[in-house]
Write a protein that binds this ligand. Structure first.
Ligand SMILES: *Cc1c(COP(=O)(O)O)cnc(C)c1O
Length: 494
């Protein structure tokens, strides 16, 4: 299977090359040239297996230049230890026909671990095939969770350096602590004065700057990406949608072949895009429901066809979704409308901050996607309601998805069984979660809030978060947007 650029189908590379390079030189994203299909019989057979076997099966269909031994070692290395639940991505029942896919059992307690525990392993194998002897420099722009998950995944991986930029005022206290205390000899972290889009744009610019690329090459280094623009991040996310479906078949909640809906709290459009690919492969999915917070750029786009980033940016209690430019949307547009239109729209997005898709494209989008958004107040109400009435405590991002799903169901009457992606541990966002269920948080520090949350919910704080209390702060720097290039070159000793 080859991978082509969303902006130029004549660019054709292997899976290894797509993962090793992260982004195509023309600024486009790598996509598989065709989507492999999975039959219902195969899904039924996977229902009898565990997560590791499911992952090897699904990933093997995309990463065709990896040997079965290489895949086995990557998948086992990523998921056999390091997750606090043996099922890796367990499914919990919220209410009749409504299921929560818990994607936060990894070492950093957010769904990013699902991909970032395996990406460094895929990248190491990919580089051994296509970029031998080159030191990989991973550049990450993070809205909070990617940064920590990438640092944890790449720490002390040979021949690799990792640099993370996060928006100075756009991450939770716990997220900041997680990153600033990161251990490992090949890691560095910097805040930037700006929001996530500033960080992501800065990183993208450095990536595609030929001059900087040449400087790196002359030092035996090359950039790669751990953001969800890297295909090696997306492919592992397809696995858990199959896995959730298999679990529901296995426990008799649905019959193999029954359709489900999937609701995803969305920021960069990576997680929900993985669900879209799963659907394209033949997973019986009716609707994909895209949930946003007050940064409702995707709700507007998926319902009207107008993408307009020229709007107020809100800092919310679901910071990992505070995004106005959802990079992975480009892959969806490519899949529906092809590269010529993608090029036109992306260039309009860069110059005007806005584009409008044609009616035919919008109609195709609406066949698959529903969308909605909610503000912080509604998010907190949902956290309180779920906890009081169903005994389920969810984090702020997951609560956005639950709220949007409830609204969707009320508006449409669509009662199709639904899987809602739960993307973080509630303890990662203790301040907001505590305020939602207890009405108080003032005066407590981060760890007092965690303790209080544990006390009133009788839940245990995940060990990797509780353990941060005793860690030393290693990184406290903050730079201007304009200084990112200098910081990057400094961090890698050029
Ligand atoms: C990253 C993240 C999201 C958004 O996922 P995308 O793939 O960027 O759409 C949602 N919730 C949490 C907790 C996250 O870390």
């Amino acid at each position: 299977m080859n991978y082509i650029s969303t902006r130029d189908p004549s660019v054709k590379v292997s899976a290894s090359k797509a993962i090793s390079e992260g982004i195509s030189a023309d600024g486009g994203l790598f996509v598989p040239e065709s989507i492999p299909s999975v039959t219902l019989d195969e899904i039924a057979a996977l229902s009898e297996k565990g997560y590791i076997e499911r992952a090897k099966d699904i990933l093997g269909r995309f990463l065709t230049d990896f040997t079965p031994e290489e895949l086995d070692s990557c998948v086992r290395g990523a998921y056999e230890t390091g997750f606090s639940d043996k099922r890796i991505a367990p499914v919990a029942k919220l209410s009749d026909g409504v299921y929560i896919l818990e994607l936060f059992k990894g070492p950093t307690c957010a769904f990013k671990d699902m991909a970032l525990q395996i990406l460094p392993r895929l990248l190491t194998v990919a580089n051994s095939k296509v970029a031998q002897g080159v030191e990989t420099v991973i550049l990450v722009a993070t809205s909070g969770d990617t940064g920590k998950a990438a640092l944890e995944g790449f720490k002390d991986v040979e021949n690799t350096r990792i640099l993370v930029f996060y928006p100075s005022d756009g991450v939770s206290a716990m997220q900041k602590l997680q990153m600033c205390t990161q251990e490992g000899g090949n890691v560095a972290v910097s805040a930037i004065r700006g929001n996530f889009d500033d960080a992501q744009n800065g990183v993208k610019k450095i990536f595609t700057d030929k001059r900087i690329g040449d400087i790196l090459r002359s030092h035996g280094k090359a950039f790669s990406s751990a953001n969800s623009i890297n295909w090696g991040r997306l492919a592992p996310q397809i696995v858990y949608y199959f896995s959730a479906y298999c679990d529901l078949v296995k426990d008799g909640s649905i019959k193999c072949g029954d359709k489900i809906n999937i609701t995803v709290p969305t920021g960069n459009f990576g997680n929900i895009l993985a669900a879209y690919y799963a659907r394209g492969m033949g997973l019986p999915v009716a609707k994909l429901i895209c949930a946003s917070n007050s940064n409702s750029v995707l709700t507007e786009f998926l319902t009207t066809g107008v993408y307009n980033r020229n709007r107020q940016f809100y800092t919310t209690i679901s910071p990992s979704m505070d995004i106005l430019i959802s990079s992975n949307l480009e892959r969806l547009l490519y899949s529906i409308a092809g590269s010529e239109k993608v090029k036109e729209w992306m260039s309009l997005l860069a110059s005007e901050g806005k584009y409008t898709v044609d009616g035919e494209t919008l109609a195709k989008i609406k066949e698959v996607f529903a969308a909605g958004y909610c503000d912080d107040e509604a998010t907190k109400r949902t956290i309180a309601e779920n906890f009081r009435e169903r005994g389920y405590l969810c984090d702020t991002h997951t609560a956005v998805a639950v709220t949007v799903y409830n609204n969707y169901r009320a508006a449409t009457g669509d009662c199709t069984p639904t899987v809602i992606a739960a993307t973080a541990s509630p303890f990662k966002f203790s301040a907001a979660v505590l305020e939602a269920i207890d009405g108080r948080q003032q005066g407590l520090d981060e760890f007092e809030m965690v303790d209080r949350l544990a006390e009133i919910t009788s839940l245990e704080c995940p060990a990797p978060l509780a353990g941060l209390k005793d860690k030393k702060i290693r990184f406290s720097g903050c730079c201007e947007k304009s200084e990112m290039e200098k910081v990057v070159l400094g961090m890698i000793d050029i």
